[in-house]
Design a protein around this ligand. Structure first.
Ligand code: ADP
Length: 373
């Protein structure tokens, strides 16, 4: 639509949204502990984290639906919006429960906010039709909401949010209520929609898979604070904390003590074994004796001789679990249990085998002390 910026994400342009030191609590319980974040124009940013980590609260603060206890800065398209009421902020929110008006037609729902702003009828209809075309609902203008499927209703909710040409589209778990198949379709549609409009999208989700599929950048949240920010590749391949590693689905997370460091090459003592890995995060602050975690994805644990890697352990009592596309086999080893993945789910898992993994795929990071659980 004409109202949406055409520009693609450009790290050099001014951020569309600038947040500094946002704090909020509910009845004395902190929900946001000083959030600072810039969002680039045209970026698809995802707020990811477990339930209760503060994602929705942050979204509501941006939308103006929640007044934070304190905020250092909140600028939208260069303007201070700290004192601006929700209806005057040029952002739109799509909620999980679409909140459509069931007694109205599709067109009336999409036009609702334009009517409130006294946009003339012809123009309203034209913009509603454009928004419906964007979400592939051409010709559904006169339909009643109850005549639509769940996926179509979600697209009406999207059209209703897009019709105003928001600077930022806020998506609060919009796919959470959809079944698996529809969710995957809608993920692709949202990616396509962002591409077509060039708009800035901020998505809230607790699904790491959804975040990885859709985002330019992921903000991982934990207990009201930002744990790690990075591209999907950063978060997936180089989680910098134990929490991030576990949340991003790393199957093997061990604890050990740093024995030696050379650049990013880290030697870690786990039990009576030495494991060689790749240090992540602020290596300048890491040194021998530090408590560290070691994270290895199951798909990087090679089963059987011939891995040729620096790290080889004897695995015993393999217990496979069939997962359809692959099997995960849990072995006992000198460093505790280790999960290895067999790419061919029908392959018979050896009961006992050498297990090996390369230092590159073995992430080493400091165990955070003062942080909240
Ligand atoms: P998320 O979206 O990550 O699940 P929320 O932002 O909804 O997290 O919640 C953050 C914290 O604030 C949680 O501890 C939650 O229980 C609390 N919280 C959220 N909304 C309210 C509310 N309206 N009243 C009281 N506590 C709330």
């Amino acid at each position: 639509m004409q109202q949406l910026p055409e520009a693609k994400a450009d790290p050099h342009s001014e951020p569309i949204l600038e947040l500094a030191n946002i704090r909020h609590s509910y009845a004395g319980n902190p929900a946001l502990r000083g959030i600072s974040l810039d969002v680039a124009r045209g970026e698809f940013l995802t707020l990811l984290g477990p339930s209760g980590s503060g994602k929705s609260t942050l979204l509501r603060v941006i939308a103006g639906l929640e007044e934070p206890d304190s905020v250092g800065q909140m600028r939208l398209d260069g303007h201070d919006i700290r004192k601006l009421p929700a209806n005057l902020r040029n952002v739109s929110t799509v909620f999980q429960h679409f909140a459509l008006f069931p007694h109205m037609t599709v067109g009336q729902n999409v036009e609702y906010s334009l009517r409130l702003r006294k946009v003339p009828q012809d123009l309203r209809r034209q913009r509603a039709e454009e928004a419906l075309a964007l979400v592939r609902l051409e010709g559904k203008y006169e339909r009643r909401i109850h005549q639509l499927s769940g996926g179509e209703r979600q697209r009406v909710a999207l059209a209703r949010s897009l019709v105003m040409g928001p600077d930022v589209l806020l998506l609060d778990e919009p796919l959470g209520a959809l079944d698996e198949r529809l969710r995957l379709d809608m993920q692709l549609e949202l990616i396509e929609l962002r591409r077509k409009t060039g708009g800035t999208f901020i998505l809230v989700t607790h699904s790491q898979e959804e975040a990885i599929t859709m985002s330019d950048r992921i903000v991982l949240m934990r207990s009201g604070a930002i744990e790690q920010v990075g591209t999907p590749r950063d978060l997936f391949g180089s989680p910098e904390t134990e929490f991030a590693a576990r949340f991003m689905g790393v199957e093997n997370v061990l604890r050990g003590t740093l024995a030696a460091m050379s650049g990013r090459r880290a030697e870690v003592r786990v039990g009576d074994q030495i494991i060689v890995g790749r240090a992540v995060g602020d290596v300048a602050r890491m040194g021998p004796g530090d408590a560290v975690f070691v994270a290895i994805r199951a798909e990087h644990v090679h089963v059987g001789a011939g891995g040729g890697a620096a790290n080889t352990l004897r695995g015993t009592d393999g217990a496979p679990i069939y997962k359809g596309r692959f099997s995960d086999v849990t072995y006992r080893s000198a460093v505790g249990s280790l999960v290895a993945r067999l790419g061919d789910a029908d392959q018979r898992a050896p009961k006992h085998a050498d297990l090996s993994f390369s230092p590159e795929h073995c992430i080493v990071g400091v165990v955070d002390r003062g942080k909240l659980a």
